[in-house]
Design a protein around this ligand. Structure first.
Ligand SMILES: Cc1cc2nc3c(=O)[nH]c(=O)nc-3n(C[C@H](O)[C@H](O)[C@H](O)COP(=O)(O)OP(=O)(O)OC[C@H]3O[C@@H](n4cnc5c(N)ncnc54)[C@H](O)[C@@H]3O)c2cc1C
Length: 288
């Protein structure tokens, strides 16, 4: 069997390296001051796709990301680990999108790729953190969805069997193909980059970047170096459903909250000391 697998991946600010300049004075994220990384849950989603490809090597994995041109970094990152193709969705019309407009644009891009068997995405992005995009994409494409997956146990031409996280445990579910799966960050970590693939794809870039680079002449005999760029027109998107125009969410205000330690207490690591601390916290109404 061969499967056409789409992986949705988002480039996010690396929240492990948040410094004093992480926020602008207006209270928005200062993206320029933060290194950008492959959203961690999306790497877990990519690993699930790669495991299917290990068993069914003729399958294809296409990574789609919507973002600024620098998001090609994560497309290359996906190619280094075993994906076959990278598509960047980038356009001024798509900027300022909330989750509804983001999922609209992503679902139009998926539709443009043609017939697909499976869409894998992360459960949530570490910046926006809403966990809404996966379910919304499934809704827009009218395919079934399974959220919080830990592992795709088996795949046939008709069904998937998936282990997923639930409160206090796990459950095993079956879903028909095509469908969308959101993968939990608790799933198996993604395999590392493959050195041979790094050599193959290290100069992969958008056609416009390649044309201006010393590798332009290599494009003829190395088509795999070409990353695809699509704009709103390429995906036949209704501009009223894209970007700001298509975003019903209105952010009223954003506040920068800093937790400051006002007092500290050193205590022994004995049961009595812990009990006394709990009593004190209850008396102060810190815990109920
Ligand atoms: C009013 C408003 C304005 C906004 N304006 C901007 C803005 O100007 N610039 C900006 O960068 N953000 C903006 N955002 C944030 C933006 O809406 C979210 O980053 C985006 O919709 C994804 O939501 P999330 O991060 O909660 O993803 P989640 O729903 O938590 O993500 C789940 C999964 O969906 C997939 N996914 C999510 N986003 C993408 C993507 N872009 N490409 C590919 N896969 C994806 C990933 O697999 C991810 O793991 C705005 C949000 C609001 C509410």
């Amino acid at each position: 069997m061969t499967y056409n697998i789409i992986v949705l991946a988002k480039q996010v600010p690396d929240t492990h390296h948040v410094g004093a300049d992480a926020m602008t004075p207006e209270g928005t994220i200062n993206r320029a001051a933060l290194p950008a990384v492959f959203n961690p849950d999306d790497l877990c989603a990519l690993e699930q796709a790669l495991q299917i490809k290990d068993k069914h090597p003729q399958s294809t994995i296409t990574i789609i990301t919507m973002g600024l041109p620098r998001a090609t970094e994560i497309l290359r990152e996906g190619l280094y680990r075993g994906a076959d193709r990278g598509i960047l969705l980038s356009d001024k019309t798509l900027g300022g999108a909330d989750t509804l407009a983001t999922s609209y644009a992503l679902s139009r891009a998926i539709a443009r790729t043609g017939a697909f068997d499976l869409i894998l995405c992360g459960q949530q992005a570490i910046d926006g953190d809403t966990a809404q995009v996966g379910p919304q994409v499934a809704q827009q494409l009218a395919v079934p969805q399974v959220t919080g997956a830990l592992q795709i146990q088996s795949i046939t031409d008709k069904t998937l069997r998936i282990r997923r996280v639930i409160d206090g445990g796990e459950e095993l579910v079956e879903a028909p193909l095509p469908c969308l799966i959101t993968v939990s960050g608790q799933a198996k970590a993604c395999r590392p980059r493959d050195v041979r693939l790094m050599m193959k794809y290290k100069h992969a870039a958008l056609e416009s970047e390649l044309a201006a680079s010393p590798y332009a002449e290599r494009l003829q005999d190395r088509p795999w170096l070409r990353l695809t760029l699509w704009n709103a027109e390429d995906i036949a998107a209704d501009k009223q459903c894209c970007g700001m125009a298509g975003s019903p969410t209105k952010v009223k205000c954003v506040e920068n909250i800093c937790f400051k330690a006002k007092a500290s207490q050193v205590m022994d690591d004995t049961d009595e000391a812990i009990e006394s601390l709990v009593c004190q916290l209850i008396a102060n109404h810190n815990i109920g």
